[in-house]
Design a protein around this ligand. Structure first.
Ligand code: NAI
Length: 256
């Protein structure tokens, strides 16, 4: 398939995990890709080599997306790299575990600034570019099942992803007149470094799997497949939605 021939995508937080899988998936279908993370290292180098081997172009732009200024600059710099930008995938995200009564302002700010504020202003910058050049851009936000279901001890994370849910619903209406689509992808439990502690704790992992109807963790490629669909023209009539990639976790029912 060549769904992304002559398209350019910016994927934030794409050195590893779900973001890296999205970059590889889009590139495998003809997309040129701008990768991002805090800093360029051997993971970015390896990804660029893989993407170039597929015949596509890739560059890495370092930026700290918890800072609105850097999020705005990243989008502007991304446009300059290949002279266009069609797809924005806001994937970078962080979580901090703590009992609610012990959450520090520093951790609250880090989670909210990365997962919501940076995303907000990155989208604003992309929308300004799309409007100026009359581009039917598309935005995909990496949300979480926790835009919908609770996650005790992760209050700030849930607030950030819940905020992302309403941001997407709101912008879908506001941006539709410009033919800009925006959707969320909400992964459940996916095997990535963010879940390292869980993957190493057999007992806890077993408990988590019991709540997942498909009885396994998700794979990064399975999230990337849905992202690619939403980014493509096949989803031309989809905006303001959340697509859950969760093995049935969010709306599961335990038969007694
Ligand atoms: P990960 O931790 O493997 O990757 C996240 C990437 O974002 C890392 O490369 C990290 O360096 C980058 N990043 C974090 N803060 C950044 C910042 N301020 N500026 C630039 N880059 C930054 O995580 P994973 O699992 O791939 O998660 C990706 C997204 O998917 C996140 O938004 C996460 O909340 C979401 N998600 C993941 C789930 C999972 O089970 N893995 C479940 C639900 C949602």
């Amino acid at each position: 398939m060549d769904r992304f021939k002559n398209k350019v995508a910016l994927i934030t937080g794409s050195s590893q995990g779900i973001g890296a899988a999205c970059a590889l998936k889009l590139a495998s279908e003809g997309c040129n890709v701008i990768l991002n993370g805090h800093k360029f290292d051997e993971r970015g180098e390896k990804l660029i080599a893989q993407i170039e081997k597929m015949g596509q172009k890739a560059v890495f732009l370092a930026a700290d997306l918890s800072k609105a200024k850097e999020a705005i600059k990243l989008v502007n710099d991304a446009v300059k790299e290949f002279g266009q930008l069609d797809i924005l995938i806001n994937n970078a995200g962080v979580e901090k575990k703590a009992d609610f009564w012990e959450v520090t302002e520093e951790d609250y700010d880090l989670v909210m600034d990365t997962n919501l504020k940076g995303v907000f202003f990155g989208i604003q910058s992309f929308v300004n570019y799309c409007r100026k050049h009359k581009i039917a851009g598309t935005v995909i936000n990496m949300s979480s099942v926790h835009e919908e279901i609770v996650f005790p001890h992760f209050a700030a994370y849930c607030a950030s992803k819940g905020g992302l849910r309403m941001l997407t619903r709101n912008l879908a209406t506001e941006l539709a007149p410009f033919n800009i689509r925006i959707n969320n992808v909400a992964p459940g439990a996916v095997s990535t470094p963010i879940n390292q502690d869980l993957l190493e704790d057999k007992k806890q992992l077993e408990k988590v799997l019991q709540n997942i109807p498909l009885k396994r963790m998700g794979k990064v490629e399975e999230v990337a497949n849905v992202v690619a669909f939403l980014a493509s023209n096949e989803a031309a009539y989809v905006t303001g939605s959340t697509y859950f990639v969760d093995g049935g976790l969010t709306y599961h029912y335990e038969e007694q």
